[in-house]
Design a protein around this ligand. Structure first.
Ligand code: OFO
Length: 164
């Protein structure tokens, strides 16, 4: 039987993943409005991935006999000072998510909830990848600077991202 504090923490993480999806969808709409369809596509795929992360937690809570509690999802930021800022926000957000996954894992370890410790391993690996990718995107945007052709090339590159 699932411990109430683990269930609550999983539900909080579930909400964070739904928020992530909403946050990235907001970035996607921002780039649509700037006619950067490749960037819009990349963030839309990212939003889909975050939804999948949320549903992994959703399914797991039921699998272990718990109860899913859906909570209000905060409204995401909808405008940015620059394209670079969007990518910086992405990296910063992923660092926050890593921290919350680690805290959840710490709790599962303290509570000796081995099933949840095992379940969270996938998220630990995923966060290494998510942070690396978002940091690479920031670096690429910094290299591009004010170059329109660089922006066009990166838009084309990111636009080739497909749903996994
Ligand atoms: Fe971005 O990995 Fe889930 O939140």
């Amino acid at each position: 039987m699932i411990l109430k504090k683990i269930q609550d923490a999983l539900n909080t993480q579930l909400n964070a993943e739904f928020y992530s999806s909403y946050f990235y969808l907001s970035m996607s709409t921002y780039f649509e409005s700037k006619d950067l369809q490749g960037f819009a596509r990349w963030f839309r795929v990212q939003a889909n991935e975050e939804y999948e992360h949320a549903m992994k937690i959703f399914d797991y809570i039921y699998q272990i006999g718990g109860e899913v509690k859906l909570m209000q999802i905060d409204g995401p930021k909808t405008d940015w000072e620059s394209f670079l800022e969007v990518f910086q926000d992405t990296f910063e957000h992923e660092q926050k998510i890593t921290k919350s996954i680690n805290e959840l894992l710490d709790l599962a370890i303290i509570e000796k909830d081995h099933a949840t410790v095992n379940f969270l391993q996938w998220f630990v690996s995923e966060q290494v990848e998510e942070e690396a990718t978002s940091q690479q995107n920031v670096k690429k945007m910094e290299m591009i600077g004010d170059s329109k052709s660089g922006l066009f090339m990166l838009d084309r590159e990111l636009g080739s991202r497909v749903n996994q």
